[in-house]
Write a protein that binds this ligand. Structure first.
Ligand SMILES: Cc1cc2nc3c(=O)[nH]c(=O)nc-3n(C[C@H](O)[C@H](O)[C@H](O)COP(=O)(O)O)c2cc1C
Length: 323
């Protein structure tokens, strides 16, 4: 399938694997890129620019296809060494960067000068328009359904995607709630040029996470996610568990007085214990409502092949048969 996104990134299928903390390692990104999509290494999971350089080198050993690096700009008192991460990305020859979390303007001149394509992930049309204005090449439009940070506007993709299509000139992919061929075809119908998946890619054979994480996604229904940190205006959609219920009880009790320190036990530093060691109830971890559509753990190649084959059938048989 050829779209503006496959052309922009030089990939076979219009499918991107969004950056995911402690999931977007070289194994994940290489598996997606080898299957014809765009795999993405999560920059900040590597603590230092040197660590990221090694991860990029490892990924290059596993694939000769294009892959990208995610740079998430977090609200932080002691920010990571972003200039160092950008330098490593440029020097390593990576050709795609997915930015998220905040305006990437400061780093765009250096990235563009190095010929790097930038796709910015955002949850509002106004932010997508801003990304277009400052020179991003594409945007990933993340609806309220998404795993991770859906922003504070709560606009689901059935509204957000056509709104984005009405306003944007640069190409965009649909993100949040995407799982299969139906998602891809619907996203294309609403004006997107492809789709970005997070949660779906965690439940694959190659995802470098503990089996408990994959099984938790398979076991979950669309009713099992919760929104945490809303009082801090840093809303995150996570899979529910006892730690999340504890966190929500604290939010309720403390109301407007809630500070990050009050919930640090449930959110700070929990990812390695969950993703690598499989301690599923230790804290809050991002997961999309799309878990309700995920019932198996295929290889990435099987997943992407199935999406593309069924998308073809959906378009040529079901949809054209209706006219
Ligand atoms: C476990 C997990 C960790 C994530 N970590 C990040 C991250 O570090 N940076 C980022 O930009 N997005 C992150 N995301 C968001 C994904 O890249 C993607 O936008 C989102 O998962 C799409 O929604 P979906 O899960 O419904 O497919 C994360 C998502 C999950 C599920």
């Amino acid at each position: 399938m050829k779209t503006r996104i496959t052309e922009l990134f030089g990939i076979e299928h219009p499918i991107i694997q969004g950056g995911m903390h402690f999931v977007g390692l070289a194994e994940m990104a290489a598996a997606v890129s080898n299957a014809g999509g765009l795999g993405i290494i999560t920059g900040l999971t590597q603590r230092t620019p040197e660590g990221l350089a090694k991860e990029i080198a490892r990924c290059k050993e596993m694939t000769d296809k294009p892959f990208g690096v995610n740079l998430t700009f977090l609200p932080s008192v002691n920010p990571p060494d972003y200039p160092g991460f950008v330098k490593v990305i440029i020097e390593s020859g990576v050709k795609v960067v997915e930015t998220a979390g905040n305006n990437p303007q400061k780093y765009l001149p250096a990235l563009k000068e190095a010929g790097i394509k930038v796709i910015h992930k955002c949850t509002a049309v106004r932010h997508a328009l801003k990304a277009e204005k400052i020179g991003c090449d594409a945007v990933s439009v993340d609806g309220f359904e998404c795993g991770g940070h859906p922003g504070e506007d709560d606009i689901p993709n059935f509204i957000l995607l056509p709104r984005a299509a009405d306003e944007l000139t640069i190409p965009f992919v649909a993100s949040g709630g995407m799982a299969d061929a139906r998602s891809l075809v619907a996203a294309l119908a609403m004006g997107a040029e492809g789709m970005n998946m997070g949660t779906r890619f965690i439940a694959t054979k190659e995802a470098p996470v503990h089996e408990n994480v994959k099984q938790a996604i398979v076991d979950a229904s669309e009713l099992d996610t919760r929104l945490v940190m809303r009082p801090l205006r840093n809303t995150e959609r996570v899979l529910t568990n006892p730690a999340v219920e504890r966190l929500l009880a604290k939010e309720k009790e403390l109301g407007a007085n809630l500070r990050f320190e009050d919930i640090a036990d449930e959110v700070a530093g929990v990812y390695p214990k969950i993703m690598q060691e499989g301690h599923m109830e230790i804290g809050a971890w991002s997961c999309g409502m799309v878990a309700g559509l995920i019932n198996d753990i295929p290889s990435v190649q099987e997943l992407i092949d199935q999406v593309m084959t069924e998308a073809d059938t959906l378009i040529k048989q079901r949809l054209s048969g209706l006219c």
